[in-house]
Design a protein around this ligand. Structure first.
Ligand code: ATP
Ligand code: MG
Length: 180
């Protein structure tokens, strides 16, 4: 499984729709300060369900929508899609490609889609559980995450091992069953 494509439309500095295609292996993103490199990783986190505006370097969720410039009006909606290769069926979905999409309007409501079908955030979280992808996985290592990995607290380190071992799904189901 690998990330094949990111499409960004109206998210932060990307007022026009852009498509970034990735190959297998290492990709570097370079550009001058303020050109939008970090906005790309924010977009990836955001689709995976990031709910914290602060983690996305804003103060409220609306801040992810293109805010306008001196010669361009603000937009009313932001949309980001990630397309992942699933030919090895690492994701529990019967398609060789999986596209997940999140859309947000100024009213604050988010919509999520898996292969263009409307779904819940819970469904997105579930398909990525135990794969290492997802905001709690280890595929996005932001500043601060390194501290968890090197943490003295065994609970912090344990979470990463549980994700790698593939048991987060069962733990979550058990917790949900216990709540009922
Ligand atoms: P650096 O090299 O300094 O880390 P960078 O390439 O990572 O820079 P980003 O932080 O991704 O840059 O981009 C910052 C730019 O995005 C700023 O110019 C900021 O004004 C713009 N930006 C952020 N949110 C929005 C928004 N909602 N609407 C329009 N522009 C935005
Ligand atoms: Mg940056």
């Amino acid at each position: 499984m690998y990330l094949k494509k990111v499409e960004i439309n109206g998210f932060k500095s990307f007022a026009d729709k852009i498509e970034i295609e990735f190959e297998k292996g290492v990709t570097g993103i370079v550009g001058p300060n303020g050109s939008g490199k970090s906005n790309i990783s924010d977009a990836i986190r955001w689709v995976l369900g990031e709910q914290s505006a602060k983690t996305l370097r804003g103060s409220k969720m609306e801040d992810v929508i293109f805010a306008g410039t001196t010669n361009r009006k603000p937009l009313g909606m932001a949309e980001v899609s990630l397309t992942l290769d699933n030919s090895e069926k690492k994701l529990p979905i019967d398609y060789t490609e999986v596209t997940i999409t999140r859309r947000v309007y100024r009213s604050g409501e988010s919509e999520y889609y898996i292969n263009k079908s409307l779904c819940r955030l819970k469904d997105i979280k579930e398909i990525f559980m135990d794969t290492g992808v997802g905001i709690d996985g280890y595929s996005i290592i932001g500043q601060g995450r390194i501290d968890d990995i090197l943490s003295n607290k065994s609970e912090d380190r344990r979470l990463l091992f549980e994700e790698a071992a593939g048991i987060v799904k069962y733990k979550t189901r058990k917790e949900e069953a216990e709540k009922k």
